[in-house]
Design a protein around this ligand. Structure first.
Ligand SMILES: Nc1ncnc2c1ncn2[C@@H]1O[C@H](COP(=O)(O)OP(=O)(O)OP(=O)(O)O)[C@@H](O)[C@H]1O
Ligand SMILES: [Mg+2]
Length: 227
């Protein structure tokens, strides 16, 4: 279901390091609607990961404000709880725990939260089956292909029903066929569930799938374009 108000609203966010010597973000404003896929592109050091880190509550902005579903980040008391309930992260390097099976990896973000373990396990099984990994649940990450690992990571990102997906080069380690499959999965999920998705990518074939492309340079949004 869509609402009139945007899901994610970023207002004049700055992120400075070293007493302002480094301006990783320098006045970024952006709104992302429910079900919208925004790609972020730009040169190395332009602030793409910094922006994801602020949106993901991994970094606190030096100035400005972020709202998710109307809630201001400055009012968040427990950032790790907020992340667990609202945000699914997907990384280039998958970041799976090598000693845990695919199924156990998917369940990890539920640990310490509410709900029964059996319920989390069966939801994880359903997600893995949905992503074509029904026969791979008991495998360690080392026994999975890159594309399979990233699908496990996507299931892990979705296990707690997030409001938003943040992805930093999620297809950067995949060949083009697997990249295409991972993109199709992510797009399908966010459209179906009305999640916002913000994806950093260097790959023009990937950003071409986005609803909107944001170009960053020197900590600022340079121009908007895309389809
Ligand atoms: N913890 C930190 N301390 C100091 N400076 C930082 C820190 N993290 C990032 N920076 C700096 O902030 C700027 C933006 O970095 P960021 O990682 O956001 O770039 P990026 O666009 O993601 O680059 P890449 O494409 O290489 O991943 C860079 O100049 C970087 O050196
Ligand atoms: Mg980066």
């Amino acid at each position: 279901m869509t609402t009139a108000s945007p899901k994610l609203r970023i207002q004049e966010v700055a992120l400075h390091y070293d007493d302002g010597q480094t301006r990783a973000l320098d006045g970024v404003s952006l709104e992302v609607a429910p079900g919208e896929f925004v790609a972020i592109v730009g040169p190395s050091g332009s602030g793409k990961s910094s922006l994801l880190n602020v949106i993901g509550t991994l970094e606190q902005p030096t100035a400005g404000q972020v709202y998710l579903d109307g809630k201001a980040y400055s009012e968040i008391r427990d950032a790790s709880l907020f992340r667990r309930e609202n945000i699914g992260f997907v990384f280039q390097s998958f970041n799976l725990i090598p000693t845990l099976t695919a199924l156990e990896n998917v369940v990890v973000p539920t640990v310490g939260g509410s709900g029964r373990v059996a319920a989390h396990r069966s939801r994880a099984q359903a997600l893995l089956a949905q992503l074509g990994l029904g026969a791979r649940m008991g495998h360690l990450p080392g026994k999975l292909s890159g594309g399979e690992r990233q699908r496990v990571a996507i299931a892990r990102a979705l296990i707690n029903n997030p409001r938003m997906i943040l992805a930093d080069e999620p297809t950067g380690s995949l060949d083009s066929a697997n990249a295409e499959q991972v993109l199709d999965i992510l797009k399908g999920v966010i459209k179906q569930q009305g999640l916002a998705m913000i994806m950093v990518t260097h790959d023009a074939k990937v950003s071409a799938h986005a609803d909107r492309i944001i170009h960053m340079r020197d900590g600022r949004i340079e121009q908007e374009g895309g389809t």
